[in-house]
Design a binder for this molecule. Sequence first.
Ligand SMILES: [Zn+2]
Length: 282
Amino acid sequence: MTRVHILHAGYCMAPEHIAIQGGAWRSIHFPAMFALIEHPHLGSMLFDTGYSYRFFEETKTFPNRLYRWMTPVTLREADLAVNQLSAFNHRPQDISRVFISHFHADHIAALADFDRARFVYLPQAYKNVRFARGLGAVSKAFMPGLIPSDFDERSAPVDVTKPIHLPGEYAPFQKGYDLLGEESIIAVELPGHAVGQMGLFVRAENDQLLFFVADAAWLKRAIVKNRPPHKITDLLFDDGKIYRDTLSELHTYHSRRPDVEIVPSHCEETITQYVRATEAHP
Ligand SMILES: [Zn+2]
């Protein structure tokens, strides 16, 4: 059975009330989650990568510096994805695929560390940022310097011409993409936050279904309560209205399937709870 380890590489700080309406004014941690997915036959894969030192290189000067001012980042060497993988006896070249939820810097900063991996993403996500430079790129939270030079050769974008119709247990989600051809990893579109944002359903050991929802919500509580972030975040999102529609769908899904572990990429509570649970039952 597929084993999943939820990890994070670095974190940034921001006021809680930005991430959820009615939240506290104090700043809280937003870990940059990534997941190690150990498939029994198809090798080890990642969902996103978290931060890397390349993020600091890329944000040294204007205009990218703006991004670091808005979200001050802390990253220790031990937290780098490559360093954490060694604890699971994986070398960077052992990673066969990286599923990219979307191209914001905190999700792709370590792509270049995995030099044998194929990159899997929704094609519209990359199309939207591919030629963005300067302020246009910063406004999309995209840093071209984080994209490996051989990215195109190693890309294996999702074939969006071949969706599958999801069974009723996934409702309200109806359309998905069977990424490995054996239904253990199913991608769904989670629009609004960024163009072409991709969420993943991953069937892990003990038949536990995990749902990585990336930045469709910053906190699990936002999904449970169907409570969107501060209105100011509309400035950062691709489309605030569609974001709130996606959040409502996640809320409906959670009410129907509370047994499914929904994992927003920056929810510290969810990430630490999951880590504790898997440590307790290795
Ligand atoms: Zn994002």
